[in-house]
Ligand binder design. Structure first.
Ligand code: ATM
Length: 262
């Protein structure tokens, strides 16, 4: 079988320019993700690095408008339909991300396809598991690094509890957390009793008795950061990890051209 051609061109950087890095921050409600995205972007900019911040969902596009209506309970939609809209919302930005990176701009994303697969799988719809959820993301620019800002339920409560949008409920956030942990360890299992997919490892040690599946790219790219210390301390830890990865991209160790989710 021949290799399918890429869905959009992936230009090599002009001579003398190293491609930018694609860095993603993910996190639960109240984890301080948006604050950390902004601190990280400012830090990169202050070091004279061309930087662009993108937010997913991007609620400013027509597709993003539909997503916003769903999240704010103005519209109902099937789990599959909203899932594909979230994915389409990334695909409409894919060519722009690719050309920014090729021009040497570092792109920092506030959420990306990890939220896409984890939040949908967390709904426990038997026809929408992680593998199904991941399929439409194949071909998107693959992040060079994904940070998951982790916060447990108690700490989130102390920060004022969950917000008002549809996914901002305790049970959903708990499951999202488990799935992020599972992906970071590359291990997702199926729980006995039809409960659906769960992490194999913290924060649900040894609960899985069924089939285990590995998600190797996610295991490689995803790094968990404890979001419970002060904003400044979390920012330092984020920077420590991002700096090392950005430097590796600059040295050409992660490929001259951005990789794609495969
Ligand atoms: P923000 O709060 O970052 O705008 O994200 C809105 C919700 O969209 C968020 N819910 N919570 N908590 C996560 C969810 N989401 C998805 O379900 N799929 C996606 O692909 C993305 C990017 C976000």
């Amino acid at each position: 079988m021949s290799t399918p051609s890429p869905p959009f061109p992936s230009p090599a950087p002009p001579p003398g320019i190293t491609r930018g890095a694609l860095i993603v921050l993910e996190g639960l409600d109240r984890a301080g993700k948006t604050t950390q995205v902004s601190l990280l972007s400012s830090r990169l900019t202050s070091l004279s690095r061309a930087t662009k911040t993108l937010t997913f969902p991007d609620r400013t596009t027509p597709i993003g408008g539909l997503i916003n209506s769903y999240l704010t309970s103005q519209t109902t939609m099937s789990d599959h339909a909203i899932h594909l809209l979230f994915s389409a919302n990334r695909w409409e930005a894919a060519a722009k991300i690719t050309s920014l990176l090729a021009a040497g701009t570092t792109v920092v994303c506030d959420r990306y396809y990890y939220s896409g697969i984890v939040y949908s799988a967390a709904k426990r719809n038997p026809g929408l598991d992680l593998a199904w959820a991941r399929a439409p993301e194949v071909g998107l620019p693959r992040p060079d690094l994904v940070l998951f800002l982790d916060l447990d339920e108690e700490q989130a409560k102390q920060r004022g509890g969950w917000g008002v949008e549809v996914y901002e409920r305790g049970e959903m956030q708990k499951r999202v957390r488990e799935l992020f942990w599972g992906l970071s360890m590359g291990k997702i299992g199926t729980e006995a009793g039809g409960e659906g997919e769960v992490a194999v490892g913290p924060p649900t040690p040894e609960r899985v008795t069924g089939l285990e599946r590995r998600f190797r790219e996610e295991e490689e790219d995803l790094h968990v950061i404890d979001a419970s210390p002060s904003v400044e301390e979390v920012a330092e830890e984020v920077w420590r990890v991002v700096k090392a990865r950005v430097e590796a991209v600059e040295r050409g160790e992660v490929g001259a051209v951005v990789r794609r989710v495969s």
